[in-house]
Every structure is written in C-alpha cells, then in structure tokens.
Write a protein that binds this ligand. Sequence first.
Ligand SMILES: C[S@@+](CC[C@H](N)C(=O)[O-])C[C@H]1O[C@@H](n2cnc3c(N)ncnc32)[C@H](O)[C@@H]1O
Length: 353
Amino acid sequence: MAGHHIHNLYDIDIKISLYVNISIMSELDQIMEAMRAAAEPTRLRILVLCAAGDVTVTELVRVMGQSQPRISRHLKVLSSAGLLTRTPEGSWVFYRLVSSGPLAATARQLVDLAPEGDEVLNRDRERLARIKLERAEEAALYFNQNARYWDELRTMHVDDAQVEAAVLDLMPRAGIQNLLDVGTGTGRMLEVLGDRINHGQGIDISREMLAVARTHLEQAGLKHCQVRHANLAQLPFPYDSFDAVTVHQVLHFLDDPAQAIQMIAQVMMPDGHLLIVDFAPHELEELRREHKHRRLGFRDDEVEAWCEAAGLKPIRTRRLPGNPLTVTIWLAQKDDLAMTYVPPPTLRERART
Ligand SMILES: C[S@@+](CC[C@H](N)C(=O)[O-])C[C@H]1O[C@@H](n2cnc3c(N)ncnc32)[C@H](O)[C@@H]1O
C-alpha cells in the first residue's frame, strides 16, 4: 500500500518538473540546449543532411553505417532540442531541419557552420543522393512498366469522372493562354482542359508515359498540346511562363513536395492558378509497397502552407470522398505582386560579399 502511494507521488513529481522546465525555459536556454544537442559529430552530420529535405531513419542508417537504435537516439535528441521537425506518416517518419519558430535561425546557422569542403559531410551527401537516385529510378521503372496500363490503374482509386468534373468546375472557364501539366503521365489533364486553353504543355520524367501521352493527344486531335521529357525539380521554362498549372496525382511520389511547389510557382505568371489534386491523409501502406507512393496523402494545412511559402494564395479546396481513398483538390493563385522566389543568401554567402 505504502509503495503504491510513493509510486504515485513520484509520477506527480516528474510531471510537475517537466512542466516547469518547458514553461520557464528562456529563448537563450533553448538556443544553448540546441547548440549542446548539435555538438556531437554524428548529430551535426544528421543536421546537415536534414537541411536538404525530408529524410527517413532508414536512409540515415544507410548513409551513416550506424545501427538504427543509435540513429534513432540521435534523432530524438535533435528533435527534443527543437532542431528537427518530425513528421510521422504511417510506418515512416520524415525528419527535416526546423524552418519556423524561435530555433529556425539557430538551426540554419549551425548547419552553415559546417565547412563546405569537409570530406565526411561530402561523402554523406553523396551517399544520400545515391540512395535518393536509386529510389527515383525504382519509381521510374515502376512507371515505365505500368505506362500502358496506367489509365486502368488510376481507376482503382476513385471515380475519375467525378474528379475531372471538379477540375473543370474549379479552373478558370476561359482565358487560359498557357497551361503546364506537371507529371502529365498519359496526358489526361491536357485532354480534360484541352478545349479551354490556347496552348498546353505536359512534362514527365517517364519517357514511356510520354509515349502514351503523345498517342492520346494525337488521337484526341489536340495539336495545341505537347509533352516533353523533364523533371519537375528542374523545369526547363523561363520564369513567369504559365498562367495555369495542374499537378494531378504526382505530389505523393515526391521527396520534397514543398520544394516542388516552389519550383512550379517560379514558372507561374502573377495571378496564375495552380490546381493540385492528391489524396487526403490515409493509411494504405500497400500503396508504398506496391505503387511506390512516398506520402500517404496530405493535410489541407500542409499543402496550404507550402503554397503560401511559394507566394501562392490558397483560394478553394474541394474534397471528393471515396472508399478507401478520398481525393482533395486545392486551388491556389499566385499573388499579383509576388516576386519570383529567390532564396535568401546563407550566412556564409553573406560573409563572402
Ligand atoms: C500517378 S501518375 C499521374 C499522371 C497524371 N498526372 C494523371 O493523373 O493521369 C504520376 C506521374 O508523375 C510523374 N513523375 C513522378 N515524379 C516526377 C518528377 N520528378 N518530374 C516529372 N514527373 C514526375 C510520373 O512519371 C507519373 O507519370
């Protein structure tokens, strides 16, 4: 009985001391705690890698050649110190350098302190790039193998006719001069919007998909639409080229959807519309295993935050409930005063000038 009593008191004690710790920690304390967390070789390497995009524990284990429990412990220290954000998604967790809040500047500065030509850091970056490339190649292979059957595959998820009707309803009725369809696949979005646009341009990384798209566009007589091979991370168009962009069922394959939206926003004209179609958050892990999805859907607030960070104002959201997958359509418009995004100089770049 007495033992039970003491156990309870002990619990209360811990809760109170944790609460007091968090609530009275000054900004200076937080910065010092963050610096302490980063002052360890593996953790500094992890921070540098997480500054370049979303990274999973498995990827870090492969890059560092250390055991999963060890890497997880380091990640825990960095996340608790507020230097990394942790986004769980199904059985995966994505880590990334914190980009807002009181520690964002400290995190960036710690990463900028890492010497540019450091051999270990360069090797880490190369390994991570290789792992990401392997994954991209696997995805490309998957698309290549499925190119001809893609039209059938996509009907497995949700009623396409409903989605296409909503796309037509949300996009401007007339006046679109130049439409870009990112990750055009079989060119379906160009076909759907074909009679509303003066010119349509589709891009995709899969040449097989593009072959199917070309056949479709020819059959539909859409001479004002064309497709070309390109990666959305390096769009081969000048800034301010398109007054409308569609990204239909592409974001969930990407490593860094936020960056993709930044890239897309750059080639959009002021007042131009961006329409994103993707899944609402779901738990179908098999889409990762069998269909190479990286993200299990997106929350409205994350897509809206990515748009806003890219100078696009979210203007409408439409949800098309389905079983088991719900489709969401987000429409955003580029600020008419939006300057084409130019990343701010890093501390090191500033020091050099
Ligand atoms: C699920 S399909 C959707 C195709 C089409 N938007 C549709 O809804 O019918 C995804 C497409 O995105 C393309 N894709 C994936 N990553 C890409 C990238 N980094 N750059 C360009 N296209 C990409 C794939 O090759 C594939 O054709």
